[in-house]
Each structure stands twice: as structure tokens, then as C-alpha cells.
Design a protein around this ligand. Structure first.
Ligand code: PLP
Length: 441
């Protein structure tokens, strides 16, 4: 089996993550269980931060895209690593504030920020809001005026770069719900509109071209389009871009169909992006903008595994074999959403070679409740511990209580020791907000 830098197989033939034996973790904490390696998360945050420091004089900020995995502990780690975060809802912002995260290093995104979310963001003293609608610009203006402040904003533009990735995770195609098109003139119009608002300070532009992207060239192309647009806005509207936020989207390893990039390797993406910004500055004589990037998946994705216990096994002779686990679409809906591919191994027999292809089925009442199909595994038996790899991003954060299953707890491993960062739910949690109106009693 190929393992990543955070994973290894120990002398007992068990999978280890961050030095902790997954079989022991399953015994101590139960399954299903999300496990995160703290060292990996920190090393990724550092790679990005140091690249900006070394190659761009520190004139930038890494924002961890917290929608990938949002809980108080991860904001606490980001704070210690002296990076910023982006949030996409009042709930993520609230979680960051609970963790004591400095509000001035928080950026807020979303294509339909609610009035109460905007008001809350301003109450928190949020660093910057990324405007993605005229009505938002109006709302922020109104709320900022009420408070007697000037709010920093960026405008989300659509540079029209098609990255080669799944349609649902592409965000810069002409028909995207995100951003204002540079090409159509919409981005220019909203720029002029925002510049007229006395309580908005336009800092520059944001674009995010999609997710799980491996081609450097897509990012470079997006930078070039943004730089040319910035030059045009200076000429037409006298506006000088001070910040350029290039979003996230760097791809990670899920299966051997994906490139395997060591933590240090992610430096390359950022270097290419920085070079393109510098070239753009030269070409158009622009002042170097502060560079922001928003990696989410690449920071936490490979840092996480999910542990399950094998229950029912069903073979449909000549057709298929299902190995059912104690989790499913309620802890990882990504196969259901995008047919995402994962690698699974038996954590208690990690050194054994795969001998069969199985579908890993969840326990929900849905035929489509699968974690993956055609996964290579040794013959699984009831009680085996299955580890699904690269589940650190968009698993816990997308989890639900469907079928009134518990959202699994999460533990953070550091130096071989694990502790809860998200506690287990109980039956009482499931009915906490339920109400029976008296007339039904
Ligand atoms: C989702 C998202 C990100 C993070 O993308 P990753 O693929 O997880 O790196 C960054 N910025 C914005 C605006 C996003 O919507």
C-alpha cells in the first residue's frame, strides 16, 4: 500500500496516523470516528505562509478556507500558526469567534449573505467581506453607516477560467452562480458601484476558480486575467487594486488516480501564482498587491481519516459484494454528491494485499448510501476496522444527522496521543430542539 507522510503501517500490521495506532483509537473512542493529524495540518499552514514570506516579502496572508473543516480547535490552530481564515456563514464566523480568532484576519464569503450575517460580521469587526451581489453592497453600506465605520471589501470576480475538475466544483465557468464576469463587463459595473459607497473601502478582487485542481496553469491564467482587469480598472475608474485574493482549490490525493504531492510540494502552486502576479505588475506597471490565498482541502484533507467497523457483508453472487460499515452518507456524503473516489484499507490488517473489489455501503436507508464502489480490500470480516483515507476535508463539515444517526466525534492526534476536538453526540442531542405542541399530546 502507498502511504502518505502522515500514515504508516506499524509492526503489528496496524495503520498509524500521526503516530497513533488506528485500531487502538477505534477501541478507545469507538467508531465511526474522524481522526486528524495535527502535525500535517500545521505543516500545510506553514508551507503556504512561508512561501509568501520568502517569495513575496510577506506581503500577503494565507486564509484557511474553514468550510473544509470547521470546529473551534481548527481555528485555534490557525491562530497559533498566525494565518487568517475565511468563513461562509454566520455559524462559521461564530465558531471562529468562540475560538478567540482575531476578527481582523477573517474574510467572509458567500453568494447570498443574509442581512443578519452581515450585521453580525460587522459587530465582530470582521476584516473583509467579499461582495458577490449588488444587494450585499447595499446592505454592508447600510450597516457600516449605522455603526459609523468604513468596511473593507473585495469584489468576487469570475475570470472565466475553466479548470479541469468535476462540474459541481467548478466555479468560474460563464454560467456560475459565483462572482461577476470580467468578460461581460459585469465586474466593471459593480466596481464602479462599490466605489461610490462612502462606507465601503474597496481593497481589490477575489476569484476562486474551483476545487481539486492540479494544473498550475489554471491558477496562472486566472491571475493573468485578474491583473489585466485591475490595470483596466485603474485606467477607466482610477481604482488601484491593493489586494488580490486568488482563492483555494489545490488538489489532494484521494486515490492513485490523483497526484501525490508532499506538503512541501504545494509551495510550487503558490510560487507559480506569485510569479504571475509579479509579471502582471511589471507588464501593467501596477503596484504589487497584497496576495491572499484560501486553501481548505489541501490543509486538512490528507490530515484526516475516518475509522469504521465492518458489520453486515452481503454478496450478490456474480454481481457485487457489499461491505457495510457503521457510518455512511451522514458522515461522508461526497460519493453521493459527486461520486468522489476514496481509498479504503483495513486498519487492523493494513499490511495485507487487497484480494477483492467491494462496495463500501453505509447504514442509511438509501440505495445510494455508499462511501465508494470498486474499492480494493482484503476479504473483510465482521469487526474489522476500515480506514477511509483523505477524509479531513468536506466530511465532518458536510455531515448530517440523517436517519437520526450521530455525527461522529473527531479526535486530534499529536505525538501519537489523541484527544477529542468534537465530542460524541448523544440521543439527547438528537431531540434537543424537538417540540411537541401541546395540542398533539
Ligand atoms: C471552497 C472555497 C475555498 C477552498 O477551496 P479548497 O478546494 O478547499 O481549497 C476557497 N475559497 C472559496 C471562496 C471557496 O468557496
Amino acid at each position: 500500500m502507498n502511504t502518505r507522510e502522515t500514515l504508516k503501517i506499524n509492526e503489528k500490521g496496524h495503520l498509524e496516523i500521526g503516530g497513533a495506532d488506528c485500531v487502538e483509537l477505534a477501541e478507545i473512542f469507538g467508531t465511526p470516528l474522524y481522526v486528524f493529524d495535527e502535525a500535517y495540518i500545521r505543516s500545510m499552514m506553514r508551507v503556504y505562509r512561508e512561501t509568501i514570506a520568502e517569495e513575496y516579502g510577506g506581503n500577503g496572508l494565507v486564509l484557511y478556507a474553514s468550510k473544509a473543516f470547521s470546529c473551534e480547535a481548527v481555528y485555534a490552530i490557525a491562530k497559533q500558526e498566525r494565518i487568517g481564515v475565511d468563513v461562509v456563514s454566520g455559524g462559521e464566523l461564530y465558531t471562529a469567534m468562540c475560538a478567540g480568532f482575531p476578527a481582523d484576519k477573517i474574510y467572509m464569503h458567500g453568494n447570498n449573505k443574509l442581512p443578519r450575517e452581515i450585521a453580525y460580521a460587522l459587530d465582530c469587526g470582521i476584516g473583509c467581506i467579499v461582495v458577490d451581489a449588488y444587494t450585499e453592497a447595499d446592505l454592508i453600506e447600510e450597516e457600516a453607516k449605522k455603526r459609523g465605520i468604513v468596511q473593507n471589501v473585495l469584489i468576487r470576480v469570475n475570470p472565466g477560467v475553466e479548470a479541469h475538475t468535476h462540474a459541481y466544483v467548478q466555479t468560474a465557468t460563464p454560467d456560475s452562480k459565483f462572482g461577476f464576469s470580467i468578460q461581460s463587463g459585469a465586474a466593471e459595473e459593480i466596481t464602479a458601484y462599490v466605489l461610490k459607497k462612502p462606507h465601503l473601502r474597496l481593497m481589490g478582487y477575489h476569484s476562486h476558480i474551483g476545487s481539486q485542481i492540479f494544473e498550475e496553469q489554471s491558477f496562472v491564467l486566472a491571475v493573468q486575467k485578474n491583473m489585466r482587469f485591475a490595470a483596466e480598472m485603474r485606467q477607466k475608474l482610477g481604482f488601484e487594486m491593493q489586494e488580490l485574493n486568488m482563492g483555494g482549490g489545490f488538489g489532494i490525493w484521494y486515490t492513485d488516480e490523483d497526484a501525490r504531492i508532499p506538503a512541501e510540494g504545494y509551495r510550487g502552486y503558490l510560487s507559480a501564482l506569485i510569479r504571475a502576479v509579479k509579471e502582471g505588475c511589471k507588464t501593467y506597471s501596477l503596484r504589487p498587491p497584497k496576495i491572499l490565498i484560501e486553501p481548505g482541502r489541501s490543509i486538512v484533507g490528507e490530515a484526516g481519516v475516518t475509522l469504521y467497523t465492518v458489520g453486515a457483508i452481503k454478496e450478490i453472487v456474480g454481481l457485487k459484494k457489499y461491505v457495510a460499515i457503521d457510518g455512511g452518507m451522514f458522515d461522508n456524503p461526497r460519493y453521493c454528491l459527486y461520486q468522489s473516489k476514496y481509498t479504503a484499507i483495513l486498519a487492523n490488517r493494513a499490511a495485507e494485499r487487497p484480494t477483492e473489489r467491494v462496495s463500501l455501503a453505509g447504514k442509511c436507508c438509501e440505495s445510494g448510501d455508499l462511501i465508494g464502489v470498486d474499492l480494493n480490500l482484503p476479504e473483510a470480516h465482521i469487526g474489522d476496522i476500515v480506514a477511509v483515507l483523505s477524509t479531513g476535508a468536506y466530511n465532518y463539515s458536510m455531515a448530517s444527522n440523517y436517519n437520526r444517526n450521530f455525527i461522529p466525534p473527531a479526535v486530534l492526534v499529536n505525538g501519537g496521543k489523541a484527544e477529542y476536538i468534537v465530542k460524541p453526540q448523544t440521543y439527547a442531542d438528537l431531540v434537543r430542539n424537538d417540540v411537541i405542541p401541546p395540542r398533539l399530546k
